[in-house]
Design a protein around this ligand. Structure first.
Ligand SMILES: [Zn+2]
Length: 263
């Protein structure tokens, strides 16, 4: 299931090559209106370019700096350079309609736990019911990531999302008034669980988020098949892997875990 996941992490952790992002999945952005509210169109692209996208040759113009300027202070250009656990999140659902009809969404979470040796990577797919917007699905992905991180007892986590609107809101000192009140449950869940001095939330560009993106898209296509949660581990060192037990106690409204793997 995960054979196509060329992750920026797997490259950048081995060599800090600034052309690593060339391996990222190329998304068709030709038809996307750049004036669409930032973040809300991201998962739309995922849905409409589901499979068969070849690795692109897009270059990252400004990957030589880790952080952006003041206009986008939460953007991290090289997430693999962050210290501590990295928790990539993404969601995939249908585009927002004027009616805001409730719909399903797929959620993908990719965790790189570099606090253990060898480094542990965790891939999680989840299904969400009844989302009213792309923003809500993205918020649920972050809330699930924070919940999972807590249950796995991971500290110093950097939560990574390519949704600028959410990242800006969650970094705001005043977080009582989310951009859409319907996402409040998820943003508040994230805030409550990540309200630790050592946790951070950053924005990353979409081509740095291709693993979580792929997981979210796969989840979205699996939504209609009745799935029992499965958890696999391929670490020889994990004689008794604790992932499954930890995830069984994870609960989040309208969100169901589909699969998790530790490898
Ligand atoms: Zn394991």
């Amino acid at each position: 299931m995960l054979t196509n996941l060329n992750t920026p992490d797997s490259y950048t952790s081995n060599s800090h090559n600034h052309h690593d992002s060339n391996n990222a999945t190329q998304h068709n952005t030709v038809h996307i209106n750049p004036t669409v509210v930032q973040g809300t169109h991201l998962s739309v692209i995922q849905v409409h370019t589901q499979q068969g996208q070849n690795p692109g040759t897009r270059t990252t113009r400004d990957s030589s700096t880790t952080r952006s300027n003041n206009r986008d202070p939460y953007l991290v250009r090289q997430p693999a350079s962050l210290t501590g656990v990295r928790c990539y999140t993404d969601a995939s659902t249908f585009s927002d309609l004027p009616s805001n009809l409730s719909r399903n969404a797929g959620i993908g979470i990719f965790i790189v736990n570099n606090q253990v040796h060898p480094v542990q990577t965790i891939y999680i797919k989840a299904a969400m019911k009844g989302t009213s917007s792309v923003l809500m699905a993205e918020a649920a992905a972050l809330a699930l990531a924070a919940t999972v991180t807590k249950h796995l007892d991971l500290h110093q986590a950097s939560f990574l999302s390519d949704n600028q609107q959410l990242v800006n809101f969650l970094n705001n000192p005043n977080r009582d008034d989310p951009p859409d009140w319907r996402i409040k449950y998820y943003t508040q869940t994230f805030i409550n669980l990540s309200n630790v001095a050592t946790h951070r939330i950053h924005r990353i560009k979409r081509d740095q988020n291709c693993t979580a993106n792929s997981l979210a898209r796969q989840s979205f296509t699996q939504l209609h098949s009745s799935t029992v949660f499965t958890c696999t581990c391929s670490y020889a060192a994990h004689v008794q892997c604790s992932l499954r037990e930890a995830l069984l106690s994870v609960t989040l409204h309208s969100v169901t875990l589909l699969t998790a793997s530790c490898c």
